[in-house]
Ligand binder design. Structure first.
Ligand code: HEM
Length: 411
């Protein structure tokens, strides 16, 4: 029996050192029993192959606890009905419920809708750097990485400008709730979020627009539509997933390039390499370091040579899979020309990221613009002063203070 590791997977201190821990786990206990500070026990899969199996085999590893013989996550009597729908959004359900929701969102969230945002994203990136370059130092997260995806998803959904900072605060509250103490802290912010979204949907029903909320209201697949609660759950998921992740791609990606000035210089000299550079940044510092919950559906399930009991929570460590030396040559080296680059930063299998094309577009424009205008950007603090946000899933810095290092002026 492998020893149970006590790991505080969601702490900022853990995240600052997590790659070293994962390397050790990949070698000695690739599917490791782990105990969190809350005493919750789970298994953590750290090798590429096991992570792929976990994500792709959606029959053996399920999202709904009741499909693994456990109590339902949302069938709690005191929970408002709408809140239950929130808990059964696309990311937290298995087929066939998942297939239905995913088909409907594909009708609404189209490649053309993403491509239509290109010029807007370019303008946003230039404008943010126009402001930033005037300062001796600035917070790259707050002043560059956040405004781009936040504005884009808010505009796609049709959230008016005056409401956006409030939106950000609520979204931050929801994802930073300490779930070691249960999910109770999320209820209030989610209810407030939902009530706001409900007003927006009603407005779109009266005045249909060219936005994602209108498209979701109108989305129809095989005569089927999203009901009111599902619309709220979907709007909330897209809004949160739409910016809490991309902000980390841009922030972590910038940090990686600051740490590797030769790669930053290469990107500056060869903007045509941006596409492969962004894939490499996604691999190197995966914005979602640990994928969401999966439970073992039946007895006798084996993963990476370990028998995991029915009902066990198993987490796929994307950040570790992306650094697995069994899959990637020199995995700890940042190489923006890496090809092929089969990273798993967007997941795999039926829950593969719906927003990947949008995230890639935002990431490419943000990194290309930054490398063109500020190739000499550097940290404004010592590296050991950087702090990571508390989160089980995300790899996200609290701030990234930088000195601009401008070469090309905006005028
Ligand atoms: C760099 C940015 C992003 C990263 C790294 C990322 C990563 C991921 C990952 C790893 C998953 C699967 C999680 C799991 O299996 O447990 C996922 C799912 C999802 N993502 Fe993203 N994401 C990003 C941006 C976005 C954006 C911009 C949107 C929407 C506008 C979005 C919407 C979604 C949705 C709706 C799902 C659930 C899909 C399903 O359950 O079928 N993501 N994302």
């Amino acid at each position: 029996m492998t020893e149970i590791r006590k790991l505080d997977l969601s702490s900022g201190a853990f995240r600052a050192n997590s790659y070293a821990v994962y390397r050790e786990l990949r070698d000695s206990a690739p599917v490791a029993p782990v105990m969190l500070p809350s005493k919750q026990q789970l298994y953590l899969a750290t090798r590429y192959d096991d992570v792929m199996t976990l994500l792709k085999d959606s029959r053996s590893f399920v999202k709904e606890p009741e499909n693994a013989g456990l109590r339902s996550r949302t069938n709690v009597r005191w929970l408002p009905r709408m809140f239950r729908a929130m808990g059964s959004n696309m990311l937290y359900v298995d087929a066939p419920a998942h297939t239905r929701l995913r088909n409907l969102v594909h009708k609404a969230f189209t490649p053309r809708m993403v491509e239509n945002m290109r010029a807007r994203i370019e303008t946003l990136a230039e404008e943010q750097l126009d402001m930033a370059e005037k300062q001796a130092s600035f917070d790259l997260l707050e002043d560059y990485a956040l405004p781009i995806p936040m504005t884009v998803i808010a505009e796609m959904l049709g959230v008016p400008e005056k409401d956006r900072s409030n939106f950000r605060k609520l979204s931050e509250k929801i994802i930073s709730v300490d779930t070691n103490n249960g999910n109770l802290g999320m209820v209030l912010p989610i209810l407030r979020f939902a009530s706001y979204l409900r007003d927006l949907y009603n407005e779109r029903r009266r005045n249909p627009g060219n936005d994602l909320l209108t498209a979701l209201v109108e989305a129809e697949a095989e005569g089927d539509r999203l009901d009111e609660d599902e619309l709220l759950a979907m709007g909330l998921l897209l809004l949160i997933a739409g910016h809490e992740t991309t902000v980390n791609l841009i922030t972590n990606g910038t940090l990686a390039l600051i740490e590797h000035p030769d790669q930053m210089q290469m990107l500056h000299d060869h903007p045509e390499m941006t596409r492969s550079a962004v894939e490499e940044l996604l691999r190197y510092y995966a914005p979602i370091e640990i994928a969401t919950d999966r439970y073992v559906a039946s007895e006798d399930t084996e993963l990476g040579g370990v028998e995991v009991p029915k009902g066990t929570l198993v987490l796929a460590c994307l950040g570790s899979a992306n650094r697995d030396e069994r899959r990637f040559e020199n995995p700890d080296r940042l190489d923006i020309t890496r090809d092929p680059n089969p990273h798993v930063a967007f997941g795999q299998g039926i829950h593969y990221c719906v927003g990947a094309p949008l995230a890639r577009l935002e990431g490419e424009i943000a990194m290309r613009t930054l490398a063109r205008r500020m190739p000499d950007i550097r940290l404004a603090v010592e590296p050991d002063k950087l702090r990571y946000r508390k989160s089980l899933f995300l790899r996200g810095l609290e701030t990234l203070p930088v000195v601009p290092g401008v070469r090309e002026k905006s005028f």
